[in-house]
Design a protein around this ligand. Sequence first.
Ligand SMILES: Nc1ncnc2c1ncn2[C@@H]1O[C@H](COP(=O)(O)OP(=O)(O)O)[C@@H](O)[C@H]1O
Ligand SMILES: [Mg+2]
Length: 381
Amino acid sequence: MKIERLKLTNFRNYQNLEIEFKKNINLIIGDNGQGKTNILESIYILSLTKSNRSGIEENLIKFDEEIAKIEGMVKSDEILKKQEICLTKTKKQLFINNKEIRRSREYISNFCVISFTPQDLEIVKGSPQDRRNMLNIDISQLKNNYITYLNEYNQVIKMRNEYLKRMNINGNSDPRYLEVINANMIEKAIKIYEYRYAFFEKINEILPNIYKKITGLSNLSLIYNNSIHVDTFDNEEIKKKFVSKLKKNLNIELIQGMTLIGPHRDDFSFSLNGIDMKTFASQGQQRMAVIALKIAEIYLFNKEKGEYPVLLLDDIFSEIDIKKRNKIIKFLKDDIQSIITTTDINDIDDELLDNSQIYVVKNNRVTKKGRINNGRRKGDK
Ligand SMILES: Nc1ncnc2c1ncn2[C@@H]1O[C@H](COP(=O)(O)OP(=O)(O)O)[C@@H](O)[C@H]1O
Ligand SMILES: [Mg+2]
């Protein structure tokens, strides 16, 4: 997949911006606060309809403006399409080839991105929710039904939690009704589990090898810690355990007014030689594990979809030593389009620089630079 052109109108600090991207490596250079991340963010939203940055969605619109627009000419399966997202303070519209798309699942997965940000690098020690979000986003790009299942499941959970609260207050509830909700919840949960188990299984076929190539160490894998404690995907086994756990938890769920098990409580951990990296790994080691995971996802994506997603790398090279950086760059094959930001051109290795299209961001404008040595003096490293 590729993004050939991006046009921003009143998005963040850009009133009007048009960029053409090269089909392999694109390097965006600029000082802090100039709007590098904003460009990557817009591409991320163009793909996934939501930002990967926290904060109020309204702030995506340029201050004092009413409507923001992100337009991109994107290519997938050799077909060029125009994708467009239009944001006002109260609504968001999605378009493909000028036709409005009302369901996000029909929009997402046409054009996919894998993004690396400094925050992603902290995911090993981050909250379960952060890891779950990452998992959900990545699977939803691989399988477009996933979002539908997730939404349906979340609706049941919401309903169930409301009912639990009501039961607790009124006391005169109908247990048969709760059983109906439970059956519905389990049915929806199983669909999500099916995708998640498959994801972990496939990732674990690729991940150890990639981690080894970067760090020299083997045996990195992801451990899926699901809240019903079933090791492999087995429909009947999951149902059985789910039902018995729900029974066991009922009293405490009533008190808390929420559902304590299910896909919305799942987690996963990074395991190196069988030990959870959260407990012992240095920050550097944890970051390498996340990078290896993201690279593994890119390869998995290619395996499943027959093409690579677009890679968005936000200012991560400054945090990685030069030897590892070189190893990571080796994974950036010619047929992967990447868009990389950095504040310091000296963080970028010669080989990467030689092969990149360079853009400089300054004063809300982006200018294309010619070949290297524009930004770096001879002999600089
Ligand atoms: N809604 C907005 N309207 C105008 N400017 C914005 C808006 N949101 C963020 N900005 C500006 O964007 C800049 C930060 O851009 P960012 O892409 O994070 O920079 P960096 O180059 O450091 O990655 C800041 O100067 C901020 O004021
Ligand atoms: Mg930034």
